[in-house]
Design a binder for this molecule. Structure first.
Ligand SMILES: C[S@@+](CC[C@H](N)C(=O)[O-])C[C@H]1O[C@@H](n2cnc3c(N)ncnc32)[C@H](O)[C@@H]1O
Ligand code: SF4
Length: 179
Protein backbone atom coordinates (compact mmCIF):
# COMPACT_ATOMS: atom_id res chain seq x y z
CA UNK A 1 0.00 0.00 0.00
CA UNK A 2 1.26 3.45 -0.94
CA UNK A 3 1.66 5.98 1.83
CA UNK A 4 1.19 9.67 1.23
CA UNK A 5 2.98 12.35 3.17
CA UNK A 6 0.88 15.29 4.30
CA UNK A 7 1.81 18.82 5.18
CA UNK A 8 1.72 19.90 8.79
CA UNK A 9 -0.58 22.80 9.57
CA UNK A 10 0.88 26.26 8.92
CA UNK A 11 -0.28 28.06 12.05
CA UNK A 12 -1.43 27.23 15.55
CA UNK A 13 -3.66 29.41 17.67
CA UNK A 14 -3.63 28.99 21.43
CA UNK A 15 -6.26 31.00 23.25
CA UNK A 16 -4.34 31.72 26.44
CA UNK A 17 -7.26 33.51 28.09
CA UNK A 18 -10.95 34.09 27.52
CA UNK A 19 -11.16 37.82 28.08
CA UNK A 20 -10.98 41.03 26.13
CA UNK A 21 -10.84 44.59 27.45
CA UNK A 22 -13.14 45.72 24.64
CA UNK A 23 -16.58 44.61 23.57
CA UNK A 24 -16.78 45.44 19.87
CA UNK A 25 -20.21 45.01 18.34
CA UNK A 26 -18.71 43.68 15.09
CA UNK A 27 -16.70 40.93 16.80
CA UNK A 28 -18.00 37.33 16.78
CA UNK A 29 -17.49 37.20 20.55
CA UNK A 30 -20.06 39.98 21.06
CA UNK A 31 -23.10 37.66 21.09
CA UNK A 32 -21.29 34.67 22.60
CA UNK A 33 -23.34 33.21 25.45
CA UNK A 34 -21.73 29.76 25.47
CA UNK A 35 -19.91 30.14 28.77
CA UNK A 36 -16.58 30.16 26.95
CA UNK A 37 -16.12 33.91 26.69
CA UNK A 38 -19.39 35.22 28.09
CA UNK A 39 -21.97 33.49 30.27
CA UNK A 40 -25.68 33.14 29.49
CA UNK A 41 -26.31 36.64 30.85
CA UNK A 42 -23.59 38.17 28.70
CA UNK A 43 -21.14 38.58 31.59
CA UNK A 44 -17.43 38.20 30.89
CA UNK A 45 -16.04 34.75 31.64
CA UNK A 46 -12.50 34.97 33.05
CA UNK A 47 -10.47 31.87 32.37
CA UNK A 48 -6.80 31.25 31.62
CA UNK A 49 -5.14 28.23 30.12
CA UNK A 50 -2.42 27.14 32.54
CA UNK A 51 1.14 28.12 31.60
CA UNK A 52 2.13 24.45 31.76
CA UNK A 53 -0.53 23.57 29.20
CA UNK A 54 0.44 26.43 26.84
CA UNK A 55 4.10 25.37 26.93
CA UNK A 56 3.21 21.68 26.63
CA UNK A 57 1.30 22.41 23.39
CA UNK A 58 4.31 24.32 22.04
CA UNK A 59 6.60 21.45 23.05
CA UNK A 60 4.32 18.89 21.43
CA UNK A 61 4.01 20.63 18.06
CA UNK A 62 7.69 21.56 17.84
CA UNK A 63 8.82 18.06 18.74
CA UNK A 64 6.63 16.87 15.84
CA UNK A 65 8.73 19.12 13.58
CA UNK A 66 6.40 22.13 13.38
CA UNK A 67 8.31 25.38 12.74
CA UNK A 68 5.48 27.55 11.49
CA UNK A 69 3.48 30.42 12.91
CA UNK A 70 1.83 30.77 16.28
CA UNK A 71 -0.59 33.26 17.79
CA UNK A 72 -1.99 33.48 21.28
CA UNK A 73 -5.63 34.33 20.75
CA UNK A 74 -8.71 33.21 18.94
CA UNK A 75 -11.46 35.60 20.03
CA UNK A 76 -9.81 37.31 22.96
CA UNK A 77 -7.17 39.98 23.57
CA UNK A 78 -3.80 38.27 24.08
CA UNK A 79 -2.05 41.32 25.55
CA UNK A 80 -4.28 41.52 28.62
CA UNK A 81 -2.52 38.36 29.80
CA UNK A 82 0.52 39.27 31.92
CA UNK A 83 2.25 36.04 30.78
CA UNK A 84 2.23 37.13 27.13
CA UNK A 85 5.90 38.16 26.91
CA UNK A 86 6.98 34.90 28.51
CA UNK A 87 4.95 32.83 26.01
CA UNK A 88 6.32 34.82 23.08
CA UNK A 89 9.89 34.25 24.29
CA UNK A 90 9.20 30.55 24.78
CA UNK A 91 7.67 30.12 21.31
CA UNK A 92 10.54 32.04 19.67
CA UNK A 93 13.13 29.96 21.50
CA UNK A 94 11.53 26.89 19.91
CA UNK A 95 11.85 28.33 16.42
CA UNK A 96 8.25 29.47 15.92
CA UNK A 97 7.23 32.74 14.27
CA UNK A 98 4.88 34.77 16.43
CA UNK A 99 2.23 36.39 14.27
CA UNK A 100 -0.40 37.96 16.48
CA UNK A 101 -3.34 40.35 16.55
CA UNK A 102 -4.07 43.01 19.15
CA UNK A 103 -6.35 45.97 19.68
CA UNK A 104 -3.19 47.79 20.86
CA UNK A 105 -4.61 49.22 24.10
CA UNK A 106 -2.13 47.52 26.44
CA UNK A 107 0.81 48.40 24.22
CA UNK A 108 -0.22 52.06 24.26
CA UNK A 109 -0.18 52.11 28.07
CA UNK A 110 3.07 50.12 28.34
CA UNK A 111 5.80 51.45 26.00
CA UNK A 112 8.39 49.19 27.68
CA UNK A 113 6.42 46.10 26.77
CA UNK A 114 5.97 47.50 23.26
CA UNK A 115 9.77 47.81 22.94
CA UNK A 116 10.39 44.34 24.34
CA UNK A 117 7.96 42.77 21.91
CA UNK A 118 9.23 44.70 18.90
CA UNK A 119 10.92 42.09 16.74
CA UNK A 120 10.24 39.27 19.20
CA UNK A 121 6.73 39.24 17.79
CA UNK A 122 7.49 38.85 14.10
CA UNK A 123 4.23 40.36 12.88
CA UNK A 124 1.51 42.28 14.64
CA UNK A 125 -1.88 43.02 13.13
CA UNK A 126 -3.21 46.04 14.98
CA UNK A 127 -6.90 46.80 15.10
CA UNK A 128 -7.71 50.41 14.33
CA UNK A 129 -11.21 50.66 15.75
CA UNK A 130 -11.46 54.22 17.01
CA UNK A 131 -10.72 56.68 14.24
CA UNK A 132 -13.49 58.60 12.59
CA UNK A 133 -11.65 60.49 9.86
CA UNK A 134 -9.06 59.59 7.26
CA UNK A 135 -6.58 61.90 9.02
CA UNK A 136 -7.26 60.10 12.30
CA UNK A 137 -6.51 56.78 10.65
CA UNK A 138 -3.19 58.06 9.24
CA UNK A 139 -2.25 59.41 12.68
CA UNK A 140 -2.87 56.00 14.26
CA UNK A 141 -0.78 54.25 11.60
CA UNK A 142 2.07 56.76 12.05
CA UNK A 143 1.99 56.19 15.83
CA UNK A 144 2.35 52.42 15.44
CA UNK A 145 5.06 52.68 12.81
CA UNK A 146 7.08 54.94 15.12
CA UNK A 147 6.70 52.62 18.11
CA UNK A 148 7.33 49.31 16.38
CA UNK A 149 10.38 49.47 14.15
CA UNK A 150 11.56 45.85 13.82
CA UNK A 151 8.39 43.87 13.37
CA UNK A 152 6.12 43.72 10.38
CA UNK A 153 2.88 45.61 10.97
CA UNK A 154 -0.54 45.10 9.46
CA UNK A 155 -3.67 47.06 10.27
CA UNK A 156 -7.25 45.91 10.51
CA UNK A 157 -9.57 48.81 9.94
CA UNK A 158 -13.29 48.74 10.39
CA UNK A 159 -14.12 48.96 6.73
CA UNK A 160 -11.41 46.80 5.21
CA UNK A 161 -11.59 43.83 7.58
CA UNK A 162 -12.78 40.69 5.81
CA UNK A 163 -16.16 40.40 7.42
CA UNK A 164 -19.30 38.39 7.29
CA UNK A 165 -22.68 39.98 6.64
CA UNK A 166 -23.95 40.68 10.14
CA UNK A 167 -20.65 42.16 11.20
CA UNK A 168 -20.41 44.23 8.05
CA UNK A 169 -23.77 45.83 8.79
CA UNK A 170 -22.63 46.65 12.34
CA UNK A 171 -19.37 48.09 11.10
CA UNK A 172 -20.85 50.22 8.39
CA UNK A 173 -23.53 51.49 10.75
CA UNK A 174 -21.05 52.24 13.49
CA UNK A 175 -18.64 54.45 11.59
CA UNK A 176 -18.55 56.72 8.56
CA UNK A 177 -15.11 57.47 7.21
CA UNK A 178 -14.58 60.25 4.70
CA UNK A 179 -11.76 59.02 2.42
C1 LIG B 1 -11.14 38.69 17.28
S1 LIG B 1 -9.73 39.69 17.20
C2 LIG B 1 -8.76 39.18 18.61
C3 LIG B 1 -7.48 39.94 18.75
C4 LIG B 1 -7.58 41.38 19.24
N1 LIG B 1 -8.51 41.55 20.28
C5 LIG B 1 -7.88 42.33 18.10
O1 LIG B 1 -8.94 42.95 18.07
O2 LIG B 1 -7.01 42.43 17.21
C6 LIG B 1 -8.76 38.96 15.88
C7 LIG B 1 -8.90 39.65 14.57
O3 LIG B 1 -10.21 39.49 14.12
C8 LIG B 1 -10.64 40.69 13.50
N2 LIG B 1 -12.10 40.73 13.52
C9 LIG B 1 -12.92 41.15 14.51
N3 LIG B 1 -14.20 41.02 14.14
C10 LIG B 1 -14.20 40.49 12.91
C11 LIG B 1 -15.20 40.10 12.00
N4 LIG B 1 -16.46 40.25 12.28
N5 LIG B 1 -14.81 39.58 10.82
C12 LIG B 1 -13.51 39.42 10.52
N6 LIG B 1 -12.48 39.76 11.34
C13 LIG B 1 -12.84 40.29 12.51
C14 LIG B 1 -9.98 41.78 14.31
O4 LIG B 1 -9.85 42.99 13.57
C15 LIG B 1 -8.64 41.17 14.63
O5 LIG B 1 -7.67 41.50 13.65
S1 SF4 C 1 -10.85 44.04 20.70
FE1 SF4 C 1 -10.65 42.23 19.40
S2 SF4 C 1 -11.41 40.46 20.57
FE2 SF4 C 1 -11.96 42.32 21.66
S3 SF4 C 1 -14.05 42.61 21.09
FE3 SF4 C 1 -12.78 43.88 19.69
S4 SF4 C 1 -12.29 42.60 17.90
FE4 SF4 C 1 -13.14 41.27 19.54
Amino acid sequence: MKTKSFELFKIIEIEINSICNRDCEFCPRYYNRSGIRKDKDGKLVRKQMSSEKVKAIIDEVTSAGFRGKIRFHRLSEPLVDARYLDFVKYASSKGLLVVDHTNGDILKTNPDLCKQLDGLVDEFTIGLYDYSTYKGKQKEIAFWKASSKKQKLHFHCLLNTQIFDRAQKCMIKSIKIPE
